[in-house]
Design a protein around this ligand. Structure first.
Ligand code: 13P
Length: 342
């Protein structure tokens, strides 16, 4: 496996490939399982992840997988470690290292992501377990008086300190500042999202500079520029693509190894179409791909429903979504291709 940060980062954003975010905490995956009546146990979580990591698209469409602490230590049914399954597919194992978004003191309604204490030691341990990249997610809420400078600043500083610790440990940081779509206000339209995204990205890159983070050895995981879910003013896919490409060009230095979007609650189809349209705009200085959780897994999870006899159908559903997003990563996705689903 490539060991230079730049090489790992480039592998993560290799042409036509993207990242599978399978790093749901046990609490989050339990909620997803509850939604379709699957009992969440260490074994059922392992079975589900093993099913994904053995799917065909792992070799053709997936460059890396973000794992959760439990998963990076698990073994498949036949005793192979899940990390080895991922490596055998030609993908890079990664690990979520933040400990979640906590209430930001004296900033009602806002969060700051924690997990810096002991991170240097944890990164060493994860490196030994095979992780070559990591993820830290900051969340930025939009509201009548949000985000505040306090929230932007605290999260950007934490992201930069995390990224520096990763690079010191030989691990590529995925830097993920997410402007959420589910703000409580109708006024949260696409331009409000543009403004909040611009603010956090500008601040994050300022802090990464202060922290001596090498941009060639990191991947940015941003939100797309979309209206809030409660906004009466929805936006066309073309507008989302144009505004997303514009804010990224304005804020993200060309030296960054690549951009891999989160799906953030968009529908599977919208996340794919938007990615394809952004790539069709062209002229972007970085590879632009996906690092989806829900938008890659939702169909597979539903098809699986916790039953061994559904594994093949669930893998087909996963392969289809991964292939659609792989095409979108080079701007070649077309709506007609969706109908050919398994
Ligand atoms: P979604 O694509 O479901 O937003 O998840 C991506 C992710 O890793 C969030 O941190």
């Amino acid at each position: 496996m490539a060991e230079r940060l730049e090489d790992i980062a480039q592998q993560m954003v290799a042409k036509g490939k993207g990242i599978l975010a399978a790093d749901e905490s046990s609490g989050t995956i339990t909620k997803r399982f509850d939604g379709i009546g699957i009992v969440s146990t260490e074994e059922s979580r392992r079975d589900y992840r093993e099913m994904l990591f053995r799917a065909g698209a792992m070799k053709t469409a997936v460059s890396g997988v973000i794992l959760y602490d439990e998963t990076i230590r698990q073994k498949a049914k036949d005793g192979t470690s899940l990390v080895d399954l991922i490596k055998a597919a030609g993908a890079v194992p990664g690990i979520k290292v933040d400990s979640g978004a906590k209430d930001l003191a004296l900033s009602p309604g806002e969060k700051v992501t924690e997990g810096l204490d002991g991170l240097r030691e944890r990164l060493k341990a994860y490196y030994d377990l095979g992780a070559r990249f990591a993820k830290w997610r900051a969340v930025i809420d939009v509201g009548p008086t949000m985000p505040t400078w306090n929230c932007i600043n605290a999260n950007a500083q934490a992201l930069a300190r995390y990224a520096a610790l990763c690079q010191e440990a030989g691990i590529v940081p995925i830097v993920e500042p997410e402007v959420l779509m589910d703000g409580p206000i109708a006024a949260h339209d696409i331009d409000v999202c543009f403004g909040a995204t611009e603010w956090i990205l500008k601040t994050v890159f300022q802090e990464l500079f202060v922290a001596h983070v090498a941009l060639e050895g990191m991947v940015l995981k941003p939100n797309m520029v979309v209206p809030g879910k409660k906004s009466p003013k929805q936006a066309s896919p073309a507008e989302v693509a144009e505004k997303t490409a514009r804010v990224l060009k304005q804020c993200v230095p060309a030296a960054v190894a690549g951009i891999a979007f989160l799906s953030g609650g968009q529908s599977d189809a919208a996340a794919t179409e938007h990615l394809s349209l952004i790539n069709q705009i062209g002229g972007l200085p970085w590879p632009v791909t996906f690092s989806y959780g829900r938008a890659l897994q939702a169909a597979a999870l539903e098809a699986w429903a916790g039953k061994a006899e559904n594994v093949a159908a669930a893998q087909r559903a996963f392969d289809h979504r991964a292939r659609m997003n792989s095409l979108a990563a080079t701007g070649e996705w077309k709506a007609e291709l969706e109908k050919k689903a398994a």
